[in-house]
Write a protein that binds this ligand. Structure first.
Ligand code: UD1
Ligand code: UDP
Length: 399
């Protein structure tokens, strides 16, 4: 008898992968490819269209076959409107498709809506990149809240690091539902670099500084000031700064004034092979991105994190990244300190990568396969710790 997962009826397990933004596509692509390459699972990939151009430029290159595409993006979309469009659209799709599980990744509005809609349809949820926390509910905004809420819903919590797993345990998630896997972003990075099809965006032999900014909590006056800091850094004359500009109008407003500055090149979002080749070809990274904080140490690139909090302290602790904040003086000083001190640079560049060995996807597939073979998810409602009894006889349940 084969141990092929058969929930509920002998057919392959139907796993709906819900993704809507660029990083979700990158981090779920290895799982989509792995599930499609085997016989145990049938991947049903749904793109929500939370991002449009930035998502579409990824999918073909990542080898992901999309089954359903929603089209929810609006210009300058508000979180509440986006969330309601997503929950409604995904709910309708789940009722039509009735997958055996829904897989969401990270902490975007798409991920939260996917988990919530699945919960409403009594479909178990697997959360990839579970357990990241800053401990500050509105920073990053709204992602910290999103990932906490998904953590209440998910049946499987695939934590990228041991620290993330500890956060989940501390929140009372049962041990048997937490799996430390590494981050799938590293799996995909290995895959992309092995494909070797990208082109590096840097053009000169000067010190190469790659910059990306997009976080909502950095937008507005703060991001304008960060743009001025980049301008000051370029005035050194020995650097080439490349900024792939996020499509968000708020980001463009803040950074487009840098157009034409000597030493600064603004480019449209790079496709994934070109971005990974550019990252591999740079000397230094300045970013508020989550994924790039994980990729840079893997390629030996010091990363200065332009945020006031990070849910990825592992690289900071390892010495591969530094949390700089958003103050322009601090940004210029931190970049200069690295560019001018070969010893400090070398220490960061050789600190290593704490985000995984490239085997995260295989661990996730194995776990899901074992659990479906054992029909574990036949109770799709996740286990939660018993609430503390606060006075009175409680708990108020007949169970
Ligand atoms: C979202 C995620 C964030 C993630 C980021 C990745 C949420 C709450 N935030 O933030 O966690 O780090 O994606 O990039 O889910 N836009 C376009 N074209 C595109 C993509 C976006 O025009 O291809 C514009 C839209 O007008 C939108 C704005 O960018 O209003 C912002 O996009 P949105 O998805 O709302 O938030 P992000 O800041 O991208
Ligand atoms: N990325 C890309 N092209 C770019 C900038 C980033 O392909 O021009 C990739 C990068 O490799 C990383 C991911 O996009 O894997 C990060 O996405 P983003 O910074 O938008 O989101 P976050 O990781 O902060 O959620």
């Amino acid at each position: 008898m084969s141990a092929m997962p058969s929930f509920p009826s002998g057919a392959p397990v139907r796993a709906m992968l819900v993704l809507g933004t660029r990083p979700e596509a990158i981090k779920l692509a290895p799982l989509a490819r792995a599930l499609a390459g085997g016989t145990e699972f049938e991947p049903v990939v749904v793109t929500t269209g939370q991002h449009r151009e930035m998502l579409h430029q990824m999918l073909g290159l990542l080898g992901v076959d999309v089954r359903h595409a929603l089209d929810v993006m609006r210009n300058r979309q508000q979180l509440s409107d986006l969330t309601s469009r997503l929950v409604e659209g995904l709910g309708q799709l789940l009722r039509r498709e009735r997958p055996d599980l829904v897989v969401v990744q990270g902490d975007t509005t798409t991920a939260l809506a996917g988990a919530l809609a699945a919960f409403y349809e009594h479909i178990p949820v697997a959360h990839v990149e579970a357990g990241l926390r800053t401990g500050v509910l509105d920073n990053p905004f709204p992602e910290e809240l999103n990932r906490c809420l998904i953590g209440r819903i998910a049946r499987w919590h695939f934590a990228p690091t041991e620290r993330a797993a500890r956060h989940l345990r501390a929140e009372g998630i049962p041990e048997g539902q937490i799996f430390t896997t590494g981050n799938t972003v590293i799996d995909n990075l290995h895959w992309a670099l092995a494909e070797g099809i990208g082109t590096c965006a840097f053009r000169t032999a000067r010190r190469r500084v790659l910059v990306t900014l997009h976080r909502r909590e950095n937008q507005g006056a703060r991001m304008h000031a960060m743009g001025r800091a980049l301008s000051r850094l370029a005035e050194r004359g020995d650097v080439e700064i490349v900024i792939p500009l996020h499509k968000s109008p708020a980001v463009r407003e803040a950074l487009l004034p840098l157009t034409g500055r000597a030493g600064i090149t603004l480019v449209e979002p790079l496709d994934y092979p070109d971005f990974t080749a550019t990252l591999a070809g740079c000397d230094l990274v300045l970013t508020d991105s989550g994924g790039i904080q994980e990729e840079a140490p893997s390629l030996g690139k010091p990363a200065l994190v332009l945020r006031t909090t990070t849910e990825r302290p592992e690289a900071v602790e390892a010495g591969a990244a530094r949390l700089i904040g958003t103050d322009p003086e601090a940004i210029v000083a931190a970049a200069a300190a690295l560019l001018d001190d070969p010893g400090a640079y070398r220490r960061m560049a050789t600190a290593g990568n704490p985000y995984g060995d490239g085997g995260a996807t295989a661990r996730i597939v194995t776990q899901l396969s074992e659990d479906f073979a054992a029909e574990v998810p036949s109770a799709p409602v996740p286990l939660l710790p018993a609430p503390p009894v606060v006075g009175g006889p409680g708990p108020y349940s007949t169970a």
